[in-house]
Design a protein around this ligand. Structure first.
Ligand SMILES: O=P(O)(O)OC[C@H]1O[C@H](OP(=O)(O)OP(=O)(O)O)[C@H](O)[C@@H]1O
Ligand SMILES: Nc1nc2[nH]cnc2c(=O)[nH]1
Length: 176
């Protein structure tokens, strides 16, 4: 079977959900500013769209960690590829991720960020695969969609670096 992508969540539905998340975040952070941390590379599309829907002052920084490489299975070892440019001390920090799968990436990031003494630390993820969770105690403050255990692409998510630019969430078929 040739490699193809089946649509799971259409573009319009993703956009609608991000708008709602932006409104909720704006309400919760009213009177404050929010420091968004994008987890590269996957989180970049989601963070850009989300930031446009937030009405309180926003600042941004970028972190790159990797545990998957070009594989569909996590190596289990989280590696910092690029650290943040600015300190988190005293800031209301919101981590913006594309997906939580095993939870290893976020567990690592949350512990790492706590040591940097932010005023508050919350988590926003576009997708969550709860069935796959290995690290159980991760609190998701803002969630786009809970999805079944399938390897998804699009909206920043890749398969061997492909498909990040798809405007919808899809499932790769015809691969091992
Ligand atoms: O919950 P986990 O099992 O840790 O998986 C989630 C992580 O996996 C993906 O990153 P990846 O390492 O593929 O890097 P990328 O965003 O650069 O594609 C995704 O963007 C999350 O950061
Ligand atoms: N592209 C992609 N990366 C992931 N990292 C963890 N789970 C996934 C997934 O379903 N798709």
């Amino acid at each position: 079977m040739a490699e193809s992508v089946r649509e799971m969540i259409p573009e319009e539905e993703v956009a609608k959900r991000i708008k709602t998340l932006g409104e909720q975040i704006s309400k919760d952070y009213a009177g404050r500013s929010v420091h968004l941390i994008c987890v590269l590379k996957g989180g970049v599309f989601f963070m850009c769209e989300l930031a446009k829907r937030i009405t309180v002052p926003v600042s941004m920084d970028f972190m790159s960690v990797s545990s998957y490489g070009d594989d569909t299975k996590s190596s289990g070892v989280v590696r910092i590829v690029k650290d943040l440019d600015e300190p988190l001390e005293g800031k209301d920090v919101l981590i913006v991720e594309d997906i939580i799968d095993s939870g290893r990436t976020l567990s690592y990031l949350i512990e790492n960020f706590k040591d940097r003494k932010p005023k508050s630390l919350r988590l926003c993820t576009l997708l969550d695969k709860p069935e796959r969770r290995i690290v159980k105690d991760i609190k998701v403050d803002y969630l786009g969609f809970a999805i079944p255990d399938e390897f998804v692409v699009g909206y920043g998510l890749d398969y061997a670096q492909k498909y990040r630019n798809l405007p919808y969430i899809g499932v790769v078929e015809g691969v091992e």
